[in-house]
Each structure stands twice: as structure tokens, then as C-alpha cells.
Design a protein around this ligand. Structure first.
Ligand SMILES: [Zn+2]
Length: 225
């Protein structure tokens, strides 16, 4: 697990050079945003230890396997000391409910863990504000740190080479578009995130971008073509 400090409150954790999770520093410990793929629990806990605080919450941007892959193993190791928070619609999909018509792309592995709390637009997770960004998955959310306006955008954008909206195929990371449920909503969510004027854009796949306005504008322009 590669560790990249981004701000005083935000640490990027990268597994297999392809998928990111994040540690967000709070007064009572750490919020882990996403868990990467299966088999990452020990490395995520070790990264939290290295950051000097316990994981208090595991907050998920969406329900796809490359983000929830280590939730069960983390819950087993952390028990009641950490709560699991998942966007409402994606939690209902994981619970077996049919919440959308038609085919649901992306991987939806079976989870043992029921979230302790579901996330809705406007909720707070410590310092993070929940931003509804449906499209890549039905319930997809982003997290805005109210302290410095950095944004953890999940898979609405990827940033391999340059920022790209996951509503269309981009040769550097075609998996993102293949897993996207509703391309129009995804683009609308990309615009929502741009409207937040983030100071930093952190994503599920790729590097973080500081002062990302121009990169996001260019990505939205390419995506809308
Ligand atoms: Zn992903």
C-alpha cells in the first residue's frame, strides 16, 4: 500500500497502483474513505497506525467491489470501534433490493457487513460533507472536507494522465466507464463537483489534482461532446 500525504488532514493510500482509499484526520481518530479491493484490511490498518490514530469510521463512496472489497475484513478486525457508512441506494442494492430498472454495471460483491449508517446528501461524517453524485453508481457520493474544501470524488472522475469524467471511455482507464450506470447523471454529478470549487480533487483511480478547476472544466468539455 503506497502512502501519499496530500494535506495535513488527508492521506492517499494506493493499492496495486490502480485503486485509492483515503485517511481523513479527525479529532477522535481517522475516517477511512473506501477500502480498495479484497485483502487490503491489514495494510489499511497498518497505514492508520503509521498515521498515529485509530480508524473510527469507514465511509464508502459507492458499492463497487474495488471500493468495498475489504469492508468485511475491516469490520471483523475493528469490530464496534469503527462504524461503516454507505450511500443509501448502494446499501439497498447490497441488501438485495432492486432499486433501478435494467442492468446494473460494475461489480457488486456479496457483503456480510450491514452498514451502521446510510449516507444521504448533506449528511456530515466528521468534517466531511456528503455530496450526492449519482451516475457511476445509483447512490454514489463524494465527500467535501469543510475545513479546506478538498473533495474526495470517488469514481465520478478518474485522473490517469488527465482528469476524465467516467461517463465515457478513456483509453487510460476504460474500466471506469464500463462500470458506470447512468452516463447523463454521471456528467451532471461531475458538474456538481466542479461547482464546489474544490481546492483539491482526490479520486478513486489516479493521482490527486491541486487547484483542479481547469482540469475539471476540460474533462467536462470532453465528456459532453
Ligand atoms: Zn472504482
Amino acid at each position: 500500500m503506497k502512502t501519499t500525504p496530500l494535506t495535513e488532514n488527508l492521506i492517499q493510500l494506493t493499492r496495486l497502483r490502480f485503486v485509492n482509499a483515503y485517511l481523513v484526520r479527525e479529532d477522535d481518530g481517522l475516517t477511512l474513505v473506501d477500502t480498495t479491493t479484497r485483502g487490503s484490511a491489514d495494510a489499511l490498518i497498518a497505514a492508520a497506525s503509521a498515521a498515529g490514530a485509530p480508524i473510527r469510521r469507514v465511509a464508502l463512496t459507492h458499492g463497487h467491489g474495488d471500493h468495498v472489497g475489504s469492508v468485511d475484513a475491516l469490520k471483523e478486525r475493528l469490530g464496534d470501534s469503527a462504524e461503516v457508512l454507505m450511500p443509501e441506494l448502494d446499501a439497498r442494492i447490497h441488501a438485495g433490493e432492486k432499486v433501478v430498472d435494467g442492468k446494473l454495471p460494475g461489480s457488486w460483491p456479496t457483503l456480510k457487513t450491514c452498514p451502521d449508517q446510510v449516507l444521504r446528501a448533506g449528511d456530515r461524517v466528521g468534517s466531511l460533507e456528503v455530496i450526492a453524485t449519482p451516475g457511476h453508481s445509483p447512490g454514489h457520493v463524494a465527500f467535501r472536507d469543510t475545513r479546506d474544501n478538498s473533495v474526495i470524488a470517488g469514481d465520478t472522475y478518474t485522473t490517469y494522465g488527465k482528469a476524465a469524467v467516467s461517463n465515457h471511455f478513456y483509453w487510460r482507464f476504460p474500466l471506469a466507464a464500463m462500470a458506470t450506470w447512468d452516463k447523463a447523471k454521471d456528467l451532471e454529478s461531475a458538474r456538481t463537483l466542479r461547482g464546489l470549487e474544490p481546492s483539491l480533487l482526490a479520486v478513486g483511480h489516479g493521482r490527486a489534482i491541486r487547484q483542479p478547476a481547469a482540469a475539471m472544466d476540460a474533462a467536462i468539455a470532453r465528456a459532453g461532446r
